[in-house]
Design a protein around this ligand. Structure first.
Ligand code: GUN
Length: 286
């Protein structure tokens, strides 16, 4: 069996176009143009690329993009003061502080300082807590984007065994909560998991978010499974590649996301959908 490719790039383009149309309708009806502030501290090379793409796509959807590029030596106090200003600015509906932050800054303190209804990353304990309770408000972009791709396959997700590899706050944990909310049976694997290949082989759905190129082998995949690869790794030759051995897995899986062109573009498109929703939540039209 050769897997069908889940075209995240095309799906993301549709979502950005839909958000752009909704923004245009909102503005035509006299509403404000949603604004997204993206804060980048320091010069982490991968973060610079991600942030550039986020800002470009924000403008493509007809939203206002506010760039806050701060030096690596910015103190935690200065960054928190910047977040306070953005929280108080009515033109800013969404705030994203790109992670990772320099080591001298406590990421949790910064995440928790963002007003929950402007937290378009969905990382604030309020938003994570809402997701735990099956009453999500703003949902973490990468897992939410993965759910859009899973639903687009048209497969019935109810009762499927989903195996999530990785337990990060950004991907693994919220992904497990999303899958549980979709009524999957969920197994979360991490570095202390015993017999990882054996568990992955049970997965009707496999979501890999470990950050290691080719970590998930083709022969770990159950025939016909849906494989969602969240990894974005750069090889020694400078090529982008996922956490899954794509060439081997695609011969066994039923569906698979490519890297690049899979989950990555969906994360950014979902961020914009979240920003529009944040604007609606703030003016009470959500
Ligand atoms: N770094 C890697 N992924 C993300 C993300 O989704 N949001 C933020 N803020 N930082 C990240």
């Amino acid at each position: 069996m050769t897997a069908r490719i889940i075209d995240g790039k095309a799906r993301a383009e549709r979502l950005v176009a839909d958000v752009g149309a909704a923004v245009a309708a909102r503005v035509a009806a006299g509403g404000s143009r949603p604004g997204l502030a993206v804060v980048l501290v320091g010069d982490h090379p991968a973060s610079q690329v991600y942030v550039r793409n986020k800002r470009r796509t924000t403008e493509a959807a007809g939203m206002r993009s506010f760039a806050h590029d701060l030096p690596a030596a910015t103190s935690q106090q200065e960054l928190l003061a910047r977040v306070d200003r953005l929280n108080a600015d009515p033109a800013v509906n969404g705030i994203l502080v790109q992670l990772p932050l320099p080591k001298h800054i406590d990421e949790e303190a910064v995440t928790e300082r963002i007003a929950p209804l402007k937290d378009v990353d969905g990382f604030h304990p309020y938003n994570i807590g809402r997701l735990v309770l099956k009453r999500p408000t703003l949902r973490p972009c990468t897992p939410y984007g993965c759910m859009t791709l899973l639903k687009d396959t048209g497969e019935d997700l109810v009762g499927k065994h989903a195996v999530v590899i990785g337990q990060s706050n950004i991907v693994g944990r919220p992904m497990a909560l999303e899958l549980l909310m979709a009524r999957c049976t969920v197994t979360v694997c991490h570095s202390a998991t015993r017999d990882l290949p054996g568990l992955v082989r049970q997965g009707d759905i496999v979501v890999a978010g470990v950050g290691r190129a080719g970590f998930v082998r083709g022969d770990w995949i159950k025939p016909g499974a849906i494989v969602i690869d969240v990894g974005i790794n750069r090889t020694a030759e400078g090529k982008l590649t996922g956490d899954v051995d794509f060439a081997a897995a695609r011969e066994i899986a039923g569906w698979i996301t490519p890297v690049p062109g899979g989950v990555g573009p969906m994360t950014i498109a979902t961020l914009l959908a979240n920003t529009l929703r944040a604007a609606e939540l703030q003016d009470g039209t959500a």
